[in-house]
Write a protein that binds this ligand. Structure first.
Ligand code: IMP
Length: 425
């Protein structure tokens, strides 16, 4: 069985937990786009593990992880992450494969990211994601395959740095970067990385022929997709199902089950339009203080997330363009404290209902969300593992989403820990 899991909102939909559940039976976990802008936290009974580039499904010993061609990889960051996970008892090196086609994030990309974002105000993660994809599209990027010949790699970095230093000094009036600063963190890791660079489509297609179980994992979410998200307030890759084929060489026809994730409400980090965003006092009630696992603070940047009611209009749009089979609904327990809960069913623009998702962010910023108000549940749902133990109003809330979205909900997560999940499959 091959499965695809990814977010239907603006990222942070609780993918790590669902990926963790689906990884139990997986032989391969494939990440296909993005880079260290992603952050997954998995809480086991013993420890808390944080993943940025390594697929979180590698918590299970039988799995192998693949970093696909559509990814942008910061090698020093990856090595540090692998070594931290190994210190915590996980064996990662022999189980990880990197596509030779994946692009490399270098120190100058991170610097460029910060400088560009000072002007654009997208609120990026400063991980160099946008500038690395810019270089990819401009056909001057460095790829994992370039690490196989150290001499040529050094030459290419030197050439690229000359271009970047022009930008830093002339466009931004900043200091140039020294070659050593860019090269040194890479050179010390090249020999460790070389053996794990292997042709990934061959490995994946062989696994498909052998009927292995493969889990494909998207990072960020549909509304951050470069083509289908709230452009320009998006990430720079296809973070919807659209990325699967181009980023792995595996068409959607090989996928048996496509699972889209949504929270029971909405969050986003960084700038950009957010129709159902709540006022700060109500938002804080969802966000929490940051002391509890599950509070709404970014696991990569620690930034407080903007919080809003569930946006069914955006969700239905995401479902349409991704062609999903089922929904995993996360963090329903975060609404335990509310007497009433709102769900946005449609948008109005200039006083009239609209039928399609605006493509201009300025229009999206101007829409008025129209809400349905549902009663809250009388007792907490936190930690509940059986559907028939949920309060009646929580079931009504879930049914409301299911009926309006037109897709069955197969998983409901009721607390951060691994076991707190209702499985309806
Ligand atoms: P970038 O991907 O770092 O370029 O950031 C572009 C936008 O995507 C910013 O608004 C980020 O906050 C957002 N973003 C990037 N990665 C994630 C993620 O993993 N979760 C949620 N938002 C993200």
């Amino acid at each position: 069985m091959n499965k695809l899991v990814f977010g239907l909102q603006w990222g942070d939909e609780g993918k790590a937990k669902i990926v963790d559940i689906l990884s139990k039976d997986a032989d391969f976990i494939v990440r296909y786009q993005g880079g260290a802008n992603a952050g997954h936290t998995v809480v086991t009974d013993k420890k808390k593990f944080i993943f940025h580039l390594v697929p979180s499904g590698l918590l299970y010993k039988q799995t192998r992880g693949i970093l696909g061609a559509g990814m942008v990889i910061d090698i020093p960051g990856l090595v540090e992450e692998i070594e931290n996970l190994e210190k915590n008892g996980l064996e990662i090196w022999p189980r990880l494969i990197i596509s030779p086609r994946a692009h490399l994030v270098l120190q100058y990309h991170k610097y460029q990211d910060v400088l560009e974002d000072e002007q654009k105000g997208i609120g990026t993660t400063s991980k160099g994601i946008g500038p690395t994809y810019e270089d990819k599209a401009a056909r001057r990027g460095l790829r994992a395959a370039d690490l196989l010949d150290t001499k040529k790699f050094k030459q290419k970095v030197e050439e690229q740095l000359a271009l970047k230093n022009n930008i830093f000094t002339k466009l931004y009036n900043r200091e140039p970067m020294a070659l050593e600063e860019v090269l040194a963190p890479y050179i010390s890791h090249i020999e460790k990385i070389k053996p794990i660079i292997k042709s990934t489509p061959d490995i994946i297609h062989e696994a498909i022929e052998n009927n292995s179980n493969i889990l494909f994992e998207g990072a960020q979410g549909t509304m951050l997709d470069i083509d289908w998200g709230t452009y320009p307030y998006v990430t720079s890759s296809n973070s919807s199902a659209a990325g699967l084929h181009s980023c792995t060489g595996v068409p959607l026809k090989y996928i048996d089950e496509v699972i889209g994730l949504t929270k029971a409400y909405t969050t986003r980090v960084g700038g950009g339009p957010f129709p159902t965003e709540l006022d700060e006092t109500t938002a804080q009630k969802i966000r929490g203080t940051g002391e509890n696992i599950g509070d709404e603070y970014g696991s990569t940047t620690g930034r407080p997330r903007r919080c809003g009611w569930l946006d069914l209009f955006a969700l239905k749009y995401a479902i349409k363009i991704n062609s999903i089979h089922s929904i995993a609904l996360s963090k329903i327990d975060m609404l335990d404290e509310f007497d009433t809960i709102k769900i946005c069913t449609h948008y109005q623009l200039n006083g009239k209902p609209i039928n399609s998702m605006p493509s201009l962010y300025s229009d999206l910023a101007d829409v008025r969300p129209v809400y349905e108000e549902l009663p809250g549940w009388e007792r907490p749902v936190k930690g509940i593992k059986k559907i028939n133990e949920l309060p009646e109003n929580a079931i009504k809330f879930i049914k409301f989403i299911e009926i309006n979205a037109g897709v069955p909900i197969h998983y409901i997560s009721t607390a951060p820990d691994r076991e707190a999940i209702i499985s309806l499959k």
